[in-house]
Design a binder for this molecule. Structure first.
Ligand code: ZN
Length: 347
């Protein structure tokens, strides 16, 4: 039985915080499914929305049920939905796309310029029920638990970034040891990189990284010289591939400096405001740079589920679990900058 109302976490007024509310269960259209949410992940985006910073105030309409990282179960389907079943466990792509743009019509759905995000522009997943277009549903195999299903969105960011370039036998530098940087390190190892070096200036995060991916070489660049580490590893000409996950200007400069001639960089980190770039060193080093947004629909999802079924283990990146009633503690953990992924249990 689907009730008429549900518990949700929402931004109900333009101020700091999120509030637990009673909201109507969403009505679904003919192409939609209704998902009963089991588990959600708290994202950095949700922290921006909690804090109600300039980006959030300019982007998020109020009231808004936040959240976009989820795992649940299909409980209702619109009349035109095929290929899915009630009771099916699933996660899903939180970027809702149109099908009329040049890139969508070319099959590159993640590049649709009209993308709208659940929990940002459309009612989100921090709720007992979520409406989602059936197109966006990603069924979960039995061997992937809800907890992992709830972090497939950020794992997808890591996979999309890490698989931007061929990593087999390459030496990879990752800057930024937040959960996505740590998961990217795990993916790079899984994809056959020779050395994976992960930098940050937050000792707690580097400790967590070593716990999640024991074969990664962490470097606290506030204390240790990256060049020394490269020499210790025998990298006389530099790293082959850089994955920038921090949005830090200093990290990007350091990455360009540390790359081999003709090296490649995938950028996922978002620098605050405008930041100066040393273009001449990028040109003279003949470096290729790729910006990364979201996840490829649905190749990234396919690959990450296949990797999870083939030994990729990111489970230890989840450091805190709370019942939804204790959501404020979960957000406090995230804001401390010391946690990995924090998940909320809705069951
Ligand atoms: Zn997210």
């Amino acid at each position: 039985m689907i009730p008429n109302t549900m518990t949700a976490l929402a931004k109900t007024k333009p101020a700091e915080g999120l509030w637990q509310i009673n909201a109507p269960v969403p009505e679904i259209g003919p192409e939609d499914v209704l998902i009963s949410i089991n588990m959600t992940g708290i994202c950095g985006t949700d922290i921006h929305i909690w804090n109600w910073d300039d980006w959030a105030a300019a982007t998020v309409p109020v009231p808004m049920i936040t959240g976009h990282e989820f795992a649940g179960e299909i409980v209702d389907m619109g009349r035109n939905v095929t290929g899915l079943t009630r009771g099916q466990r699933c996660s899903g792509e939180g970027h809702l796309i149109g099908t009329e743009s040049r890139q969508s019509r070319a099959g590159k759905f993640h590049l649709d310029p009209g993308t709208r995000g659940i929990g940002v522009n459309e009612q989100g997943a921090f709720a007992q029920y979520l409406r989602l277009p059936a197109f966006n549903v990603v069924p979960l195999p039995d061997d992937i638990p809800d907890e992992i299903g709830a972090i497939l969105d950020p794992l997808g960011n890591a996979v999309h970034t890490a698989l931007s370039f061929d990593l087999l036998s390459e030496d990879v530098l990752i800057t930024g040891a937040g959960p996505i940087g740590i998961m990217a390190a795990a993916v790079a190892r899984h994809a056959g990189a020779r050395n994976v070096v992960l930098t940050d200036i937050n000792a707690d995060r580097l400790t967590l990284a070593e716990h999640v991916v024991p074969s990664v070489r962490t470097v606290n660049v506030a204390e240790e010289d990256l060049n020394d580490v490269a020499h210790q590893l025998g990298l006389t000409e530099g790293f082959d591939v850089g994955l920038e996950m921090s949005g830090s200007q200093a990290a990007l400069d350091q990455m360009v400096e540390a790359l081999v001639m003709g090296g490649k960089i995938a950028l996922l980190g978002i620098p605050p405001g405008q930041s100066p770039v040393n273009w001449s060193s990028i040109v003279f080093k003949a470096i290729t740079i790729k910006g990364v947004y979201g996840r490829e629909m649905f190749e990234t999802w396919y690959k990450m589920i296949a990797m999870l079924q083939n030994g990729l283990d990111v489970s230890r990146v989840i450091t805190h679990r709370y019942d939804v009633a204790d959501f404020a503690e979960g957000f406090a953990q995230m804001k401390s900058g010391r946690s990995g992924k924090v998940v909320l249990n809705w069951r």
